[in-house]
Design a protein around this ligand. Sequence first.
Ligand SMILES: [Zn+2]
Length: 377
Amino acid sequence: MILRAASRTRQPVRKVRTTAAPHPLRHRLDPARVEEIPFRTGDGVNLALTRVDSGERDRPAVLLLHGHTASADMFLLPETRNLVDVLLDDGYEPWLLDWRGSRRFPYNETGRRYTYDDVALYDIPEAVSRVREHIGDRPLFVVAHCIGSLALSLSMTAGLVPGLAGVVSQGVFLTPKLAGRTSLRMTVAGELLRNRIDHIPVDFRKVGLRSKYTPLFALASRGAACPDPTCQILHNSAWGSGASLFVHENLSDATHDRLAELLGPAPLWILPHLRRIELARTVVRWHDTDHRYRALPPNALDAAARIDTPVLLLSGSENGLWLDSQRLCHEVLAHRRPQLDVSYTEIPGYGHLDTFLGRGAALDVFGHILEFLGERR
Ligand SMILES: [Zn+2]
């Protein structure tokens, strides 16, 4: 499978230029209300924070963290009632972070390398402190999806983001279990290595009919009900892993047709860290000897006692990527750390990404988030 194959070659972390401006956000808000606040992390990476101005200065703030290869756009879909709409209507001030794995950054496709340690150590804590510079002592919540949530769990158990008012974690938190059909992954791995591929693309129009990526798309199309190659590689194959990112019928046609805009190529060089996390069944630090990462716990689950805020674990009942990781996390924490305030809510009929991108997410999912926030604001 590709995780195992890729983990044989450890790639050094290397610095690259990250100065280009991010792709513009796509939304239907009044542009005057959308304030972009660029900042540079302690290790020299340019990131983007976005504040949506509600016109009121006393609202609790909610910071939104996207998944890997997605972006803040996943919370702003113009074609549906999105999470930012719902938060604004319910009296919150939304903030969105594009962390270094965002598809909005041009460097996302050019092979710059990092691990989730960097996201947990630099991106999330620095974004939280920037938000706090603006909001003062108002409550600050975080809603995090997928790898954004996994990295947040490492920041939290390192004590790097203390005093949050509450955290909503979607898909995966401290106890990752990855799905994937082994046979497909084995075949894909051989093709990837033969063709020296370091990213899994999702946009068939960009890579063309005949390219080194053709076998990947061909494999992803096997047994697919939908003819769209981008949809196939995400829905049917999750970047070649054999997992599935959403329940197909939950997406509107408009969202379905712009999946390649919402999700970028997946880098293969992140897989060794993901593989180590998968094997440990918990979030573990990648860097063992580099002293810069000493602030992070070697094993986040073992450090769960440092969590100082209520946590709502969310998952679709049909999550085809992280399976029942959230239910497992709830059980493990209830057993090992009964003093923590951790609850679990399962959304029937939903997969993974559709909990935010789904055409009915405002009705079926966001109410659970508002209820959690409302009890703690
Ligand atoms: Zn489709």
